[in-house]
Design a binder for this molecule. Structure first.
Ligand code: PMP
Length: 285
């Protein structure tokens, strides 16, 4: 059963709790995390909590929830909901105060959380997805997982409008691909994996970190963290996206151009297999 949480209380999702002057509501002044639950266990939670802390620090939102407390709330919401396979979303906003742009004094951040049934799309993982390419019009702090997602929303809607499953964004002034609308993007060319370096143009995906730190070294693969053009991506042997919900999902077509053989590539498949092994190790032990 889907379930919500607001400032210390478990609530049903349709119980109105947002204050009219919550800065998250009025300014998008807050941050969020999205995690996946497998077999009743939240995968890679410490990495998400570390990124959450960094996002809060970058926005100068006081940290009022310790990792231990957030971990306990995650465990509680999973248990109370009875959900075994699901998606948890939580956000922390700066707080509620009369609307002024500068940070208000004496406000306390709000935490809200939801859990819903969800499973990765295995059909997409087996067959790959088609993507469209759009200009990256987002702000210059894409490294912060802030609530301001209109750029991402418009990017994702472009895919929906074109009847494809995903969006890849590129910075027009540089002609360089950054990332997906809610995923990191990679290509494989001549056996080498390419992905955008970590800077203010992309989010440091938890799935990306697991690939870079645990999976790629284990498989003995080579990766370069270097930005590349849309044309270079079209000429790739393989392409894929990663995120908490997509895990590792092959991209087989970009704007009508077939990538490689038009089917999930061998390196992409080996990364997904290894990712599933880590999930089993952590959540099905
Ligand atoms: N980039 C963006 C813009 C995202 O929204 C997401 C998903 N939250 C990601 C990358 C992937 O991050 P993660 O692997 O932590 O889900």
């Amino acid at each position: 059963m889907e379930l919500g949480f607001f400032d210390g209380e478990f609530i049903s999702l349709d119980e109105a709790k947002v204050r009219l002057e919550d800065r998250g509501y009025q300014f998008g002044d807050g941050i969020y995390e999205a995690t996946h639950v497998y077999n009743g266990t939240c995968f890679a939670l410490p990495r998400h909590l570390a990124r959450c802390r960094r996002s809060l620090r970058e926005l100068r939102i006081p940290i009022t929830y310790m990792d231990e407390e957030l971990t306990a709330i995650h465990q509680d919401i999973i248990k109370k909901s009875g959900i075994k396979d699901g998606a948890i979303y939580y956000q922390i906003t700066r707080g509620t105060a009369p609307r002024t742009h500068y940070f208000p004094e004496h406000v306390v951040p709000h935490l809200s959380m939801t859990i819903r049934e969800s499973k990765p799309n295995t059909e997409w993982q087996e067959n790959g997805i088609h993507c469209t390419l759009v200009e990256d019009i987002r702000w210059l702090r894409c490294d912060i997982k802030s609530l301001n997602l209109l750029g991402n929303v418009l990017a994702k809607q472009a895919a929906h409008d074109k009847g494809v499953q995903g969006t890849i964004q590129f910075r027009k002034d540089q002609n360089l691909i950054t990332e997906g609308s809610s995923s990191n993007f990679y290509i494989v060319k001549d056996g080498i994996i390419w992905t955008h370096p970590l800077n203010h143009y992309i989010l440091k995906g938890v799935t990306r970190s697991i690939l870079m730190e645990e999976i790629i070294p284990k498989l003995g693969l080579t990766v370069v963290e270097k930005a590349f053009s849309p044309e270079f991506a079209m000429s790739a042997d393989e392409a894929f996206v990663t995120s908490t919900s997509l895990e590792v999902t092959p991209v087989v077509n970009i704007d009508g151009h077939t990538i490689g053989q038009g089917a999930p590539g061998k390196i992409t498949q080996s990364l997904l297999t290894e990712y599933h092994r880590l999930v089993r190790q952590e959540c099905y032990a």
